[in-house]
Design a binder for this molecule. Structure first.
Ligand code: RB5
Length: 142
């Protein structure tokens, strides 16, 4: 299950991601926002982070205008590793090296074609489990 969240700046891209996940048969839960009305991104960052931390969802995807505010907010939650990625190399590397559990993107930064490739890369790349990466993640969590 993938947890989705956005503010008004990420609403349009989130709709594209929902369509994409539906087409691929990937289960998701949409934690809002559900309209383009102005709203506060930390609210949705927290909802998605809680869904991931409780293990209700394996991964989260968060989108605001830039992806910055919503990733900063999510990363305040212990155990969350939210990675702001606007390219496939970073999306792959953050899964391999950081075991990132949330992908953040900016709906005003990137187009849907590229964003959907980034989503697929993030969701389909396993954590490497290399000892050095496990050690570094544990140093973050300590
Ligand atoms: C909202 O206008 C905008 O500030 C927000 O979506 C995001 O870009 C914040 O980092």
């Amino acid at each position: 299950m993938i947890a989705l969240g956005c503010d008004h700046g990420g609403f349009e891209l989130k709709q594209e991601i929902i369509k994409h996940l539906k087409d691929k048969g990937v289960p998701y839960k949409d934690y809002g926002t559900y309209t383009e009305d102005s709203c506060d991104y930390p609210v949705y960052a927290k909802k998605v982070a809680e869904a991931v931390l409780s293990k209700e969802c394996e991964f989260g995807i968060l989108i605001c205008g830039t992806g910055i505010g919503i990733s900063i907010a999510a990363n305040r939650m212990k155990g969350i590793r939210a990675a702001l990625c606007h390219d496939c190399f970073s999306a792959e590397a953050t899964r391999l090296h950081n075991d990132a559990n949330i992908l953040a993107m900016g709906g005003r930064v990137i187009g849907p074609g590229h964003a959907l490739k980034i989503v697929d890369t993030f969701l389909n790349t396993p954590f490497s489990k290399d000892e050095r990466h496990v050690r570094r993640i544990n140093l973050i969590e300590d």
